[in-house]
Design a protein around this ligand. Structure first.
Ligand SMILES: *[C@@H]1O[C@H](CO)[C@@H](O)[C@H](O)[C@H]1NC(C)=O
Ligand SMILES: *[C@@H]1O[C@H](CO)[C@@H](O)[C@H](O)[C@H]1NC(C)=O
Ligand SMILES: *[C@@H]1O[C@H](CO)[C@@H](O)[C@H](O)[C@H]1NC(C)=O
Ligand SMILES: *[C@@H]1O[C@H](CO)[C@@H](O)[C@H](O)[C@H]1NC(C)=O
Length: 414
């Protein structure tokens, strides 16, 4: 009994450990750390860092959305994938920022390790259940732009990137081409990723993800009834509330006063729904260790659950958030994307992200796409005006335009 009690105490404490983020999500003082922070090879190191990135990005998006009372929904997998592909072409400080912004430690991982990890991840995600989930990247390159062949080759090999030539001087046509591609890949869920393109765009890198799952146990549509959803203490909105009474897995996490419901899909994927007493407590604490703990210690019990049927759509421009996360240089004059092309000054103009989620009695459909616009920084033309040949001079009073002096200088030396 002692043993069991001790075990439960240890498990109730999860500490988030990550590069430079020891302060985040600290729940309770203890020496126990969770296991996925001790990976054995670079593939699992990349994967565990991607999980940490997901929650760091969530916290940033939440901080930005808080004041507006907005939903948050995004695909960390799609954002990591797009930024990792971009980092293939980044050099110097720009590369360093992308790498550590994604959570990769360059004394433990090289770009090649990261490329290999994504290659394995994409191959695996493609192999299992490819009718339910599809994930990939594409790059649209301007006809007249010469990208380094080795950059495109790495994208093709490791990131399964499909390549297309477009004419970016036709900004509307090329935006339509990109949007059509994303629409196809997300089965119509994301149909306008790109709004308007910067006319100096030479390359557009995108990643997409689409997931459709059926609940292992579907809800009975006959039991769905209109009910109210409490947005906050003063705001109630009507929803179609689905109901299911069944043996289901749940967990109550006492450390953060949160109920967790596990809704498995009819494959290896699951949805976890987290109902906290206090949202901020949950949001501040949340880290990958919690998922590990919950999935491991869920208990099956008969429950009657009520979950709203809903469809949401979100859209982000991530420039500010990524800048705050330490990835500032890629956006400006300091950008070094010389791995993409030689002798051209490139910068990232925008990182956009859109996501959708539909939940109903049969299952859930989620889709997301990330777009990264890469533009040619026109050499800022500083006009030069050199008085190295005869010139005239006027000295005037500006209001009256009285000409006080007037002359012509032919030789300044006399
Ligand atoms: C990167 O890894 C090295 C070696 O394990 C470690 O000493 C260093 O603190 C790590 N850097 C960061 C920023 O976590
Ligand atoms: C997924 O598999 C299909 C068929 O085997 C292949 O054509 C496609 O290139 C693969 N895609 C990725 C992203 O690996
Ligand atoms: C959880 O709820 C209990 C009882 O309301 C409260 O005493 C405790 O402070 C809460 N814990 C957290 C982390 O908010
Ligand atoms: C789930 O999968 C099993 C086995 O493939 C199948 O028999 C069952 O009908 C599926 N359930 C749903 C709800 O699609």
């Amino acid at each position: 009994m002692m043993h069991a009690a001790l075990g439960i105490w240890i498990l109730s404490a999860v500490i988030c450990v990550g590069r430079g983020h020891h302060h985040e999500g600290h729940v309770q003082a203890t020496d126990q750390t969770d296991q996925d922070t001790a990976p054995e090879n670079s593939v699992s190191l990349v994967s565990s860092q991607n999980k940490l990135f997901a929650f760091r990005l969530y916290k940033k998006l939440a901080a930005h959305a808080d004041s507006e009372g907005k939903n948050i929904f995004f695909s960390p997998a799609s954002v990591s994938l797009a930024l990792a592909a971009l980092s293939v072409g980044a050099r110097g400080e720009t590369h360093q920022q992308l790498f550590s912004g994604l959570g990769y430690n360059n004394s433990l991982l090289t770009q090649a390790d990261v490329d290999q990890a994504f290659q394995m991840y994409l191959e695996k995600s493609n192999k299992t259940l490819n009718e339910d989930v599809s994930e990939g990247t594409a790059v649209f390159v301007d006809n007249r732009f010469k990208a380094r062949p080795e950059f495109l080759e790495t994208l093709r090999q490791s990131y399964s990137t499909e390549g297309f030539n477009v004419d970016f001087t036709k900004t509307t046509d090329s935006a339509n081409t990109i949007n059509k591609y994303v629409e196809d890949k997300t089965n119509g869920k994301i149909d306008k990723l790109v709004d308007s393109l910067d006319p100096s765009t030479v390359m557009y890198l995108i990643s997409y993800i689409y997931y459709k799952g059926k609940w292992e146990t579907p809800f009975d549509p006959m039991l769905t009834k209109e009910d109210v959803f409490m947005v906050d203490q003063n705001t109630k909105v009507p929803v179609q509330m689905m109901n299911l009474e069944k043996t289901l897995e749940t967990y109550y996490d006492q450390a953060i006063n949160t109920s967790v419901l596990h809704l498995p899909f009819n494959n290896s994927y699951s949805m976890l729904l987290l109902l906290p007493d206090d949202m901020a407590t949950l949001e501040n604490a949340l880290c990958p260790g919690h998922l590990t703990k919950w999935l491991k210690w869920m208990k099956s019990k008969t429950h009657s659950i009520f979950v709203p049927r809903f469809s949401i759509k979100s859209s982000y421009t991530l420039n500010n958030v990524l800048t705050e996360m330490g990835m500032a240089d890629m956006f400006g004059d300091r950008a070094d994307l010389s791995g993409i092309a030689e002798g051209q000054k490139l910068a990232v103009s925008e990182v956009v992200h859109q996501a959708t989620l539909d939940v109903d009695e049969a299952g859930a459909t989620a889709a997301a796409a990330t777009g990264i616009g890469i533009t040619l920084l026109s050499f800022r033309h500083i006009p030069v005006l050199m008085f190295n040949r005869p010139f005239m001079v006027v000295i005037t009073e500006r209001n009256t335009e009285n000409i006080l002096f007037l002359g012509k200088i032919i030789n300044p030396n006399i």
